[in-house]
Write a protein that binds this ligand. Structure first.
Ligand code: G1P
Length: 306
């Protein structure tokens, strides 16, 4: 059965404090940290736009004006660049404002990812929508969102993206239990646990920062008590939808499916991964790679073996 309701809206929570990147994040929001020459959040909005999501709602916190400014026109700067005839810079300044219709809603108190998503209820209305976490970058060629939107069309309900990680990393993520479907890349999620102890994890598959949610998630989030870390967790609300579907009880939300992801995920919220992401992205840029890669090779030779 095909499920109607096009996915056209993306919700991007960006209100995190970025404590792992202090002092850089004292006045600069974490998602504005540049990866090569673009703030991390621009890659995320580009990904949403290239999956056809032309309406992007940022859930912002205090002191995050620079994020929304980045996606608006900068008339003074554009006028100065025009006067200088610098077309290349002008195009770079305009590009973020032309990606999508970007708007924002302010999350008044940081009460968790589930609470951030709930702040989008009015804007989203009764439509399925995508959630993209501002810290997670997904390899361009991996087409993850398009696969998730196709899965929503086929199965309805909500869709999570699942990635296999070494067992010792499980406790940092949401973790899924699931059964196979007739599609080897899609599973039926039977349970979800936010940051379980490794000994209690039902699998080695974690929920990564891309979701397609059924609008019924909002009613569930309103009833979801604070969970792990005293915060309202999106994972817990999705668990309610997954379990309700399994037991056919109570909540009408169409269950949860998982798209298995075997591509590249870059967690820019983590210092080691942020450094790797910067190097990897630089190495794949035709304008930078030739010089940078040969420098990198030479530099590595000079480092002592550890
Ligand atoms: C959030 C989610 C978690 C998910 C992770 C992916 O956690 O709560 O379920 O696995 O994102 O990056 P956070 O990283 O915000 O602690």
């Amino acid at each position: 059965m095909a499920h109607s309701g096009e996915v056209t809206k993306a919700v991007v929570p960006v209100a995190g404090l970025g404590t792992r990147f202090l002092p850089a994040t004292k006045v600069t929001p974490k998602v504005m940290m540049p990866v090569v020459d673009k703030p991390a959040i621009q890659y995320v909005v580009e990904e949403a736009a290239s999956a056809g999501l032309s309406d992007v709602l940022l859930i912002t916190g205090e002191g995050q004006q620079s994020i929304t400014d980045h996606f608006e026109r900068a008339y003074d700067l554009e006028a100065r660049l025009t006067a200088r005839g610098n077309q290349k810079a002008l195009a770079q300044v305009r590009a973020p404002s032309e990606l999508a219709k970007v708007s924002y809603v302010r999350q008044d108190s940081p009460r968790g990812l589930g609470h951030a998503v709930l702040c989008a209820a009015e804007h989203v209305g009764d439509e399925p929508f995508a959630v993209l976490l501002g810290d997670d970058l997904i390899g361009k060629r991996d087409d993850l969102l398009a696969r998730m939107i196709a899965a929503r069309k086929r199965y309805g309900g909500s869709i999570v993206a699942l990635m296999e990680v070494p067992h010792e990393q499980i406790s940092s993520y949401g973790c899924a239990a699931f059964k196979p479907t007739d599609d080897p890349d899609i599973v039926a999620v039977t349970d979800l646990i936010e940051k379980p102890d490794a000994s209690e994890a039902p699998s080695n598959w974690i929920v990564i920062g891309r979701y397609v949610c059924d609008p019924s998630i909002f009613a569930v989030l309103r009833e979801t008590p604070a969970g792990r870390g005293g915060e309202i967790q999106l994972t817990d609300a999705l668990r309610t939808l997954a379990i309700a579907d399994r037991t056919r009880a109570g909540v009408d939300g169409g269950g949860v499916h998982g798209v298995l992801f075997r591509g590249r995920r870059y967690d820019t919220g983590n210092k080691q991964d942020f450094l790797r992401t910067t190097v990897e992205f630089a190495c794949s840029r035709p304008d930078l790679a030739p010089e940078f890669v040969s420098w990198l090779r030479e530099y590595l030779e000079t480092l002592p073996q550890t």
